[in-house]
Design a protein around this ligand. Sequence first.
Ligand SMILES: Cc1cc2nc3c(=O)[nH]c(=O)nc-3n(C[C@H](O)[C@H](O)[C@H](O)COP(=O)(O)OP(=O)(O)OC[C@H]3O[C@@H](n4cnc5c(N)ncnc54)[C@H](O)[C@@H]3O)c2cc1C
Length: 496
Amino acid sequence: MTGSTTIKTGADHLAALRDGRDVRIDGRRVADVTTDPAFRGAVASAAALYDAQAAPGAVERLTYELPGGQGRRVNRAWQAPRSYADLLARRQALEAWAEGHAGFIGRSPDHVASCLTGMEMGIEVFEGYDRRRAAALRDCVADARARDAYLTYVIINPQADRSKAAHAQANPGLVLAIVDEDAGGITVHGAKMLATASVMANDIFVSCIQPLAPGDEAHAVAFVIPIATPGLRLLSRRSYEAHGGAPFDAPLASRFDENDAVAYFDDVRVPWDRVFAARDLKIMQAMWHATPAHVLQNYQCQIRLLVKMRFLAAVGRRITEINGTSNMPQVREALGQLAAEVGMVEGLLCGMEAKGTQWGDYYVPDRAMLYSAQVLTQQLYPRFIDSLRELAGGGLIMLPSSEADLRDPAIAADIARTQSSPSAAPFERVQFFKLAWDAIGSEFASRHVQYEKFYAGAQFVTRGHALRTFDWDAGTRLMNALLPPIPGQTSAEAAD
Ligand SMILES: Cc1cc2nc3c(=O)[nH]c(=O)nc-3n(C[C@H](O)[C@H](O)[C@H](O)COP(=O)(O)OP(=O)(O)OC[C@H]3O[C@@H](n4cnc5c(N)ncnc54)[C@H](O)[C@@H]3O)c2cc1C
């Protein structure tokens, strides 16, 4: 808090996470995510993001003042862009924020904030469906924005039998569905995947982006609730933070393991004023694709990815300096390729901004370019990681077992004798390769490959978006103009 300005801080965020949320891991219920060895590093990084935006030199760039908010400033992710200049200012803020985690927190708070802001920008779509549900969306977004809340979302039904619709799964209680409703609200039961960052978020947005089939009406539901709502259990995957070792051994996993969990809703009560959609198949697709939501949320992903790619390219170049290979012609070529690929990510980002369009009062990045970027970067990421592994050779593995080795004088002396580099002292070489391994080889790094390949949907889904939104007509006009006349056919016959 500065003068009459209020802004969320890391301490505010940590305090809000001590809310009795039900998180399960390794056979136990977590008492406090802010101190638990499975989560505390990631939670501290999330809190640090709020401190970063509250820092005096960053406030103007990273936040904006809520209109009528009496000095309340919140992250720019909540700001609906009205012009190209607005969009760029917003991007610069999101880019600077992502530098706080080098792009390794996939579901950072600006992701779902972007999604909900995009949905609100298309409020008329909800108005056309049901005015009460539109009012619930508007109120929930206003409330989350005013709190600068950290939301995550679960918008995918759990994998079971993907050849069957949600209602036709063998286990009838599996996929989250409305099981009861009355004048006060609905009761939902079942699971959703994957609640990334839910352990450190305030609220969860539940919806479904997968196409639903007739018969799936009970599964057609969208709402926002606090993570600490009774009956909501987060079934966490293995913690890479807990198993990765000390920060020296796992510099990324120890800080940015945002976690993923199955969200299990065990008869969870949701009041109507938090429900955006219920039992309507059409609005379930329209909320993503007839509003700017899907574009704005995935545009945020490309901003974050650019930051991560810059980081990874630097790791690649440092590998070659440390191994004395940086001037070898083939290695220079490989580094040039990495540079060009990061340039492509940035170029696509600038392109979707420059080619953006006015959407009523708002300015929205170009949809087709966004989907091009999604398809290409899903393919790029694993290839990029492989290129770094190729450059690194055994250096990623030729490492002391843990920081304890460096603390033991005898082992440390052996490490000093066996680690060597033309551009780093022995312990610096170890320090760097520990970071490189965590970025490109560790369990944490491997999960990131899976994340970048799937966070926006499998390839058949993202390619479908690219297919649907590409301007096929521009090329078709050219193609038709160049078709040679068919011998023996008059131009009138050809026009038929
Ligand atoms: C690390 C990670 C974090 C995630 N975080 C979130 C999150 O925060 N929130 C969230 O809601 N979701 C999250 N997800 C889920 C993500 O959205 C899904 O993984 C993604 O949408 C793909 O769905 P799926 O995993 O069910 O794969 P599936 O849809 O089952 O696809 C897997 C593969 O099966 C094949 N396949 C399946 N169906 C078809 C079909 N109809 N036609 C052709 N081929 C098919 C394809 O080969 C496809 O690649 C996360 C996923 C990962 C891996």
